[in-house]
Design a protein. Structure first.
Length: 301
């Protein structure tokens, strides 16, 4: 059996050391790290992996696509996919900024306490704060894929509506997803933001590091919330009263998770995904596929 070679394609000038270490810990034998990868430069790197091995040995080469610019990484991922033909392809994992694995872990945490997939008469209602960022948009998409009614909250209504449009175009029901503009952490009674909070069963904060998105008054307004997940690991908390290590901590009528509290699940998904792209040469793992891996792990599969 040939050695497992992972081609790390990073859109940043320097490839992520975090992603490299996770790859090594997941059992990769040889790591080829490339920084500054773009749509214009990626195809020769992919062809180098495609044409050096054949038959069953092709599965021993795989690709990881990362970087802090999620849009650039997604464009590179599309270019990589287009370079394949027939059975001549490589396993691919797409996880720029850890957005896909983190979003999957957040949805899995919520699903431990709330039935996310329900009948159309009474869908689970969720609010995603910072829903236009790289992690937030993926949380929105994954929750919408479960059939939840999702409110995308952003400081920019225009950006929120763009996210809604993209997710509807990907198959979400238009009546199940809405955009709300909100600034700061305060909750003004009677606002669209307040109404969304009052109805929410799940609240996920996925905004910029160090920004509080929901204060104590907002938490009180969210009286029906059963799960609150704060993905911000940098003080102050994104949701008041949640600490990074919180993992299913009971807080009033809800359970709460902090960034470190979902981090263990994220790491398990990441390592399992690396193993999956070496199990054959047909895997192309993006957010939905990573959520499915996480759910299988959660179920003990």
């Amino acid at each position: 059996m040939p050695k497992k070679v992972l081609i790390q394609l990073d859109c940043d000038p320097q490839p992520s050391t975090f992603d490299a270490i996770v790859a090594v810990d997941a059992g990769v034998d040889v790591l080829l790290r490339h920084g500054g990868v773009s749509v214009d430069s990626v195809v020769p790197l992919v062809h180098g992996g495609m044409f050096t091995r054949g038959g069953a040995d092709l599965a021993a080469t795989a690709i990881f696509i990362g970087g802090s610019d999620v849009a650039a990484a997604e464009a590179v991922a599309a270019k990589v996919r287009s370079a394949f033909f027939g059975p001549v392809r490589l396993g691919v994992l797409v996880d720029p900024s850890g957005a896909n694995t983190t979003a999957s872990a957040a949805v899995i945490a919520a699903g431990r306490h709330v039935q996310l997939s329900r009948g159309s008469a009474a869908p689970c209602r969720a609010v995603v704060l910072g829903g236009t960022g790289p992690v937030g948009e993926r949380v929105v998409g994954l929750l919408a894929g479960k059939g939840c009614h999702v409110t995308v909250v952003s400081r920019s209504r225009e950006r929120a509506e763009l996210v809604v449009g993209r997710i509807v175009a990907a198959g979400a029901m238009p009546s199940r997803i809405e955009a709300v503009e909100h600034h700061g952490a305060a909750c003004l009674p009677g606002s669209a933001f307040a109404t969304a909070l009052e109805q929410a069963e799940v609240i996920v904060a996925a905004g910029a590091a160090g920004a509080m998105l929901l204060d104590e008054a907002g938490r009180k307004a969210a009286a029906m919330a059963r799960v609150l997940v704060d993905l911000n690991a940098v003080p102050p908390a994104g949701i008041a009263g949640i600490a990074g290590p919180d993992r299913a901590r009971v807080d009033g009528t809800a359970v709460v998770y902090g960034a470190l509290g979902v981090g263990g699940t994220k790491m398990k998904i990441h390592k399992a995904a690396v193993a999956r792209i070496f199990a054959g040469n047909d895997a192309f793992l993006d957010a939905p596929e990573l959520l499915a891996i996480g759910e299988s792990l959660e179920a003990g599969g």
